[in-house]
Design a protein around this ligand. Sequence first.
Ligand code: PLP
Length: 464
Amino acid sequence: MQTQTEYEALAGMSVEELRRKADEHLWVQGEYIGDAAIEDHFRILVEGDGINVKDIYGNTYIDAIAGAWLVNVGHGRKEIADAVYDQIKRLHYSSAWDHGNIPAIKLAAKLAEITPGSLSKVFFSLAGSQAVETAMKIARQYHVQNGSPHRFKVIARRGSYHGESWGTLSICGDPGARAWLFEPLPPMGRHVDPIYCYRCPWDLKYPSCKIQCVKEFEKAIQFENPETVSAVIIEPISVSVGKQVPVDEYWPMLREICDKYGVLLIADEVITGFGRTGKMFACEHWGVVPDLMTMAKGLSSGYLPLAATIAKKEIADKFTQSGRRMLSQGITYGGHAVACAAALANIEIIERENLVENSAKMGAYMLQRLKELDRHSIVGDVRGIGLLYCIELVKDKKTKERFPPEVGLDVKLTKKFKELGFLHKGGALIFLAPPLTVTKGDIDEIVGRVDRAIGSLEKELVVA
Ligand code: PLP
């Protein structure tokens, strides 16, 4: 660990100056640094090791959200740094137009090996939203080339998140928060209500609900006219709606509906891939193979930006068999040699250290420990799978009434999290997704700190 003074020397300026320059020039995502409520949350991070990161002052935090659901192998992996260095020395870039490079070819083959079924042809990009855009374009071009030129609509779920690009915004299920700023959006997005058993949109209970949330897809396809529907896209486990794990029938039923109407099924595994849920890919929990799968985040554990879209062989073959063989998509940095080398080293670690199994095993323990938090009067629901969890806080456990915004739950909890040495923010939905390397001891520490934060909040909000 270097000291603050050493980091200041490295930066060539004091911490105060760094903060001032950040305020002036760095467009921080999510919040405005100068906002008093958030100012405290803004940290200049300098080092990472395992599940911990350090800020420039030398404070250590547990990264219980793996950066942004992505540092699956943990921080500070020398093997990945070495792989990156080796590749940069050899060949740092080769254009994805007309050419390939060894890491990109090996990684594409590796992804074909570890994804289920006949998923086998990979298009590389740089971010999850690009992977989703690519999936939508593959689906659209596939239909156009196969005599269904009117299939352009993409059905997603309300509350879902698929990225910030214009195309992905049109399928994100949160128009209240985004679309009002950016409309008109591209016309493909259509939406159905999500799985949300804790607050069922139809006020039904499983199993007598007969999985109404899946049937909504069929209703939407029929309503829109099947001949105009290109694809259905969903996150296997919806993170943005708070880690809703679907009931066992959901995915197989959705597969059947899509097949019945010739609609392609896209699994957005940007968060859920690479062991996060206790399987290499979340759709394996239900034995369903999507037509297209998107991945990013855990693909490289964030060591370098990389994303991918993988298509079933039957779909990719249609491109080579049809008149226009080329996929109309191009990304300058697609299949970047160095990023692919990092991803190969990352997957090697996941396999060598059995991190998928560890995610399942430690995840089961974490769920058991998190369920104990139900004793708090403000814990409404605890849900998730593998190492992907959410605690939903409520004002009233019986009625499930939410805390009103004026309570300032987010700011209060974020402050408590910081005091307790957590990196991430708090809110009515507390997200937990530590690196897949966690031990039982780490989980006890994480759950213990969450317990203390909720207990303290409970005292402030309920007893007061
Ligand atoms: N899809 C899902 C399910 C995501 O959670 C995200 C980002 O969190 C994206 C797509 C977009 O990824 P990116 O931020 O890398 O563009």
